[in-house]
Design a protein around this ligand. Structure first.
Ligand code: SF4
Length: 378
């Protein structure tokens, strides 16, 4: 490991900040690019947000409805468990009915992976600690290669291979790394390059360290996550720290927040993590003040409605909604579209220039229309 001029963790593959597009605040580790359907992962592509359905996959209607809610919330990729024969029978119909790349999640039975690939999924996640022999993994790789779809090697601290656990005694960063590399090497032996890797743990320090090892040693695109992070408050904090720390070091190409909550909420949290780091290139970022005694409009309502109305928009627009003239114009100058509220109305800004007043009841719709029509300044 060598020192780099950005001084992060000595990865020679980082691009210096000055070479990155202006919207990316952090130097990114340059991983190889793979395609998950129409979504590029790695190679400097925007960091994508994914989630996983929680319905019974055999219930096509409920699963499709949940996927559509995730897409509405801004999911780029959605994973679906394929865990039994009924799920195998359903996955093809689900793929047909939705407009987002579907990843099949496979444990234990490699024939389910083969059936999911046949049914048209955009990626297969296989957990090497669970799937069985090298021969079975190779069969999956051949089928994926024929279809031109990637595989995610999904190593999890709760399902490491026995010999690796025996060697290290308990799940360590090296154990997660070794498991991932073992299966990546099987793929490489099979001339299979379209590999994404995850090394998840419920421990934030452990997953951070394991991903750093992978980032240092390989150029595989990395799928980041803190597994089983918990209910929404605790899970959001754990995920934001684990995923956010790595993203701030330039590590990570796609993310999944694992919450004991609805998948659309996982998407919302994932998008907020990206927005917080200036990495959201496909979402509307809304900045709002906390409000105080100066406030003369219902800002909670305005911001809530605007968040809801814009969450499906996959466009990088920064919007500031502030409660008064104290910070409103200043924040608006730094945003694409801004509002500084006054008594019963708001002064609207575009590219930092004021363009007139809007009545309080019209602020949401006017800002929404401005977002839809917004073009970045040349
Ligand atoms: S922008 Fe105005 S209303 Fe909002 S917190 Fe600041 S001073 Fe209060």
């Amino acid at each position: 490991m060598s020192e780099t001029k950005n001084g992060i963790i000595g990865l020679d593959v980082f691009k210096p900040k000055e070479e990155m597009p202006q919207s990316v605040q952090y130097p990114r580790r340059m991983s190889r690019k793979v395609m998950v359907g129409n979504i590029p992962v790695g190679g400097g592509s925007p960091v994508s947000v994914q989630t996983m359905t929680k319905t019974k996959t055999a219930d096509v209607k409920a699963t499709v409805e949940q996927i559509n809610r995730c897409v509405e919330a801004g999911a780029d990729i959605v994973r679906v468990t394929v865990n039994n024969k009924d799920a195998c029978d359903a996955i093809g119909e689900i793929v047909k009915q939705v407009n987002v790349p579907i990843v099949s999640d496979i444990h234990f039975n490699y024939t389910y992976a083969l059936r999911a690939i046949e049914a048209g999924v955009a990626k297969v996640r296989i957990n090497p600690g669970n799937i069985g022999s090298v021969d079975k993994i190779k069969k999956v790789l051949s089928a994926a290669k024929e279809r031109g779809i990637p595989i995610r090697i999904g190593v999890n601290s709760g399902s490491l291979e026995k010999d690796i656990l025996d060697k290290y005694g308990y799940p360590t960063d090296q154990a997660l790394f070794e498991s991932a590399m073992r299966h990546a090497n099987i793929a490489a032996d099979h001339n299979f390059d379209d590999v994404i890797i995850s090394v998840k743990s419920t421990s934030v320090p452990l997953m951070i360290s394991a991903y750093r090892l992978l980032a240092k040693e390989t150029d595989f695109p990395l799928h980041l996550g803190v597994t089983e992070a918990g209910l929404i408050t605790k899970g959001t904090i754990k995920s934001a720290i684990g995923i956010g720390t790595l993203l701030a070091e330039g590590i990570g190409d796609t993310i999944r927040v694992s919450l004991t909550d609805q998948p659309e909420n996982e998407v919302e949290v994932g998008k907020e993590i990206l927005k917080s780091l200036g990495l959201a290139q496909r979402t509307v970022e809304i900045i709002a003040c906390p409000t105080c005694g100066r406030l003369d409009v219902d800002l909670f309502k305005i911001v809530g409605e605007l968040e809801e109305k814009t969450k499906h928009i996959k466009k990088p627009v920064k919007v500031s909604i502030l409660g008064c003239a104290v910070n409103g114009p200043g924040e608006a100058a730094d945003a694409d579209i801004g509002v500084a509220a006054a008594k019963g109305k708001g002064l609207l800004f575009k590219h930092g220039e004021s363009i007139g007043y809007v009545n309080e009841e019209d602020i949401v719709e006017r800002v929404y229309q401005e977002i839809l029509a917004f073009e970045p300044k040349e």
